[in-house]
Design a protein around this ligand. Structure first.
Ligand code: PLP
Length: 374
């Protein structure tokens, strides 16, 4: 089975409805395209040292001191730079979660401990999560809302985590790249605003998901910890700065009108309902209702979701179409887990989602390794 890779590889497949991707359904904001045209005259120049205009725009957006912001070539690069800078000996990573955390930690020689979030519990944080925090750790990773499950941490859970991070003097890494996409109606609880651990929090943000700009590769790491900031900067200096065009595009995006974010949000609310209702109507499928991001992890009535996803791409079609899904196993990193689960994104338009759900149902009815018979 070809592993699902960050960024996907949809370009290698034809005639498939892509459930695996993750882009803003409205495309990039209008002003961005004009900024790109204006920027063409600057391509001969090196970017401004310290990329001040972008850091200032991000600082204003996040309501924080721009001096706390480091920009990088996407959040992905900064996650690796952070791990190289901290070189933690032991880290706690929830599973399933974004696979790059573990890869970055391992590349820095770290021993990774896991706390498992279970489909039977709708991937919620339970007591075992809190009990997994101990003084032998150096850093705890959170993705909030979580990729791939869409789970959103509650105020109570964030407070419990804060208390233990403080007690054991740990770093708290919080990846908040999906925080604009929360569906509870309650205010978002950012780790950056937890009192008492201000210096210990490292925030990750990115324009990739918010403005449909995965290709421009601009992310941000935000920390008030001066020594940590200096060490991360040393790794970032290896590539001087993020690309100038990316900086210009990201800066212009931050000025996107509120109506852009609101329409995007409303679209996701509709698409989420459409997908989750549709999945739960297919015999043997189950999806919890995700409270954030634009993914869900669904249980399918199959022997092995890796094999099923590959079979869909190589052997199956219904009316000339098939579906491309991300097997959930890649988000657990522990072999054997998530065996009958897939991650589905609800970035497609509702009509496309309806078609994709029909193709999925037909695939499940035909797949030789299906585990129910009605
Ligand atoms: C949780 C999470 N963090 C970070 C990233 C990486 O974002 P970027 O495109 O800025 O590297 C992704 C991309 O899928 C993600 O899902």
């Amino acid at each position: 089975m070809k592993k699902h890779v960050h960024g996907g590889n949809i370009y290698s497949y034809r005639d498939c409805v892509d459930f695996s991707a993750n882009c803003n359904p409205l495309g990039t904001p209008e002003g961005v395209k004009q900024a790109v045209v204006r920027s063409l005259d600057c391509v001969g120049n090196y970017p401004q040292v310290g990329y001040a205009p972008l850091r200032e725009a991000l600082g204003k957006y996040e309501d924080i001191d721009p001096d706390s912001v480091i920009c990088g070539n996407g959040a992905a690069e900064l996650i690796f730079s952070l791990c190289q800078a901290v070189r933690p000996k032991r880290a706690l990573v929830p599973a399933p979660s974004f696979a790059e955390y573990e890869q970055a930690l391992i590349s820095a020689g770290c021993q990774v401990e896991h706390v498992f979030l279970r489909e039977e519990e709708d991937f919620a944080v339970k007591e075992n999560f809190i009990e997994s925090l101990h003084k032998g750790l150096d850093i705890v990773f959170l993705c909030n809302p979580n990729n791939p499950t869409g789970y959103l941490y509650t105020q109570r859970e964030m407070n419990q985590i804060r208390d233990l991070v403080k007690k054991y003097d740990l770093f708290l890494f919080s990846d908040e790249v999906y925080r604009e996409f929360c569906y509870t109606g309650a205010p978002y609880i950012s780790a950056f605003h937890l009192e008492g651990i201000e210096e210990q929090v490292v925030l990750i943000d990115s324009v990739s998901k918010r403005y449909s700009e995965c290709g421009i590769r601009i992310g941000a790491l935000i920390t008030r910890h001066k020594e940590l900031k200096k060490s991360v900067m040393k790794f970032c200096q290896a590539r001087l700065s993020p690309p100038l065009l990316g900086q210009i595009v990201a800066e212009a995006s931050i000025d996107a009108p509120e109506s852009y974010m609101l329409s995007t949000y409303n679209e996701y609310v509709e698409r989420r309902k459409h997908l989750i209702d549709g999945l739960n109507r297919i015999p043997g499928c189950y999806s919890p209702i995700p409270m954030g991001a634009f993914y869900t992890v669904a249980r399918l009535p199959v022997d092995n979701a890796d094999k099923f996803c590959e079979w869909c791409l190589s052997e199956f079609e219904y009316e000339g179409q098939t579906i491309f899904m991300a097997p959930a196993s890649g988000f657990y990193t522990t072999p054997g887990l998530g065996k009958n689960e897939v991650r589905l994104a609800y970035v497609l338009e509702k009509e496309e989602l309806s078609k994709a759900l029909i193709v999925l149902q037909k695939a499940l009815e035909t797949y030789p390794g299906r585990t129910i018979n009605e």
